[in-house]
Design a protein around this ligand. Structure first.
Ligand code: ATP
Ligand code: MG
Length: 252
């Protein structure tokens, strides 16, 4: 699956060749359309004392399935947050669909229209039902109340939770909660899903079904999927890996 890519010299800078170009010619000019590009992206904290991310250069093709892999503290969440516009680089640049996510860009709009986020701990609002949680991002778009309810119902069906719309988060299992979170991530029809350790709080069987659900969205709806994990077995399921160590992208 990813073996031929791990041998590519371009992987050293995190550049991800397209499935079509990779087997034939590392460094080939043929490549899939790029959705996300990182150009020497750095993020420092504490006035430069912590280099959470150091000059990361990479690209992620549209429709690709990428795992960001590395030990705890290697900078995985930092990188994901910058791709999703939850944070900005200290230096360097993230380019999304040809547009730099810079000081002039509307990160709120980027997050609400382009990106669906899935987190290890679900972050469902406890006083809202599953259906209401799914509708939260829709308030950033132009849906009327009836359309929001209809979309939420369809998304619940899609994640296998038909009939659970009126349940509160406390009435859902971990796996069901993560399915609601995935439905919420899909609320505005994103091009990209960013999942930070989405199976980290689940048993292996449930985690497997959650990964399967995310992978189905990638394959069937061509949603670009980026999954952060420190679990090599999870990483191996992705088409490509971006490997981090001490804030740097490293060769495999
Ligand atoms: N807001 C912050 N202020 C200061 N340092 C931070 C901040 N966020 C992250 N860091 C530091 O940046 C480094 C990378 O953190 P990050 O959360 O990206 O790691 P990670 O790979 O996601 O780890 P984990 O697998 O444990 O979630 C760590 O050393 C962390 O302590
Ligand atoms: Mg993290």
């Amino acid at each position: 699956m990813s073996q031929h890519r791990t041998e590519s010299p371009s992987t050293h800078t995190g550049e991800i060749p397209s499935p079509e170009s990779a087997p034939s010619a590392p460094g080939s000019s043929v490549s899939a359309p790029v959705l996300i590009e990182g150009r020497q992206v750095s993020r420092h904290y504490d006035e430069g004392k912590v280099d959470a991310l150091a000059e990361a250069t990479f690209s992620i093709g549209r429709g690709h399935y990428v795992a960001i892999v590395g030990k705890s503290g290697s900078g995985k969440t930092t990188l994901l947050n910058m791709i999703g516009g939850l944070d900005r680089p200290t230096s360097g640049e993230i380019v999304y669909d040809g547009q730099p996510l810079d000081a002039h860009s509307d990160l709120d709009r980027h997050r609400s229209h382009n990106v669906g986020f899935v987190f290890q701990s679900y972050y469902l609002l406890p006083n809202l039902t599953a259906a209401e949680n799914i509708q939260i991002p829709m308030f950033e778009a132009d849906y009327g109340a009836a359309e929001r309810a209809e979309r939420a119902k369809r998304l619940l069906d899609q994640v296998g939770l038909s009939g659970r719309g009126n349940h509160l988060p406390s009435q859902l299992s971990g796996g069901e909660s993560q399915r609601v979170a995935i439905a919420r991530a899909l609320a505005n029809g994103p091009q990209l899903i960013l999942a930070d350790e989405p199976t980290g709080a689940l048993d292996s069987e449930t985690g497997d079904s959650i990964l399967q659900l995310l992978e189905d969205l990638n394959r069937n709806q061509s949603i670009t999927l980026v999954v952060v994990t420190h679990d090599e077995a999870v990483a191996a399921r992705a088409d490509h890996q971006l490997r981090l160590a001490d804030g740097r992208i490293v060769s495999p």
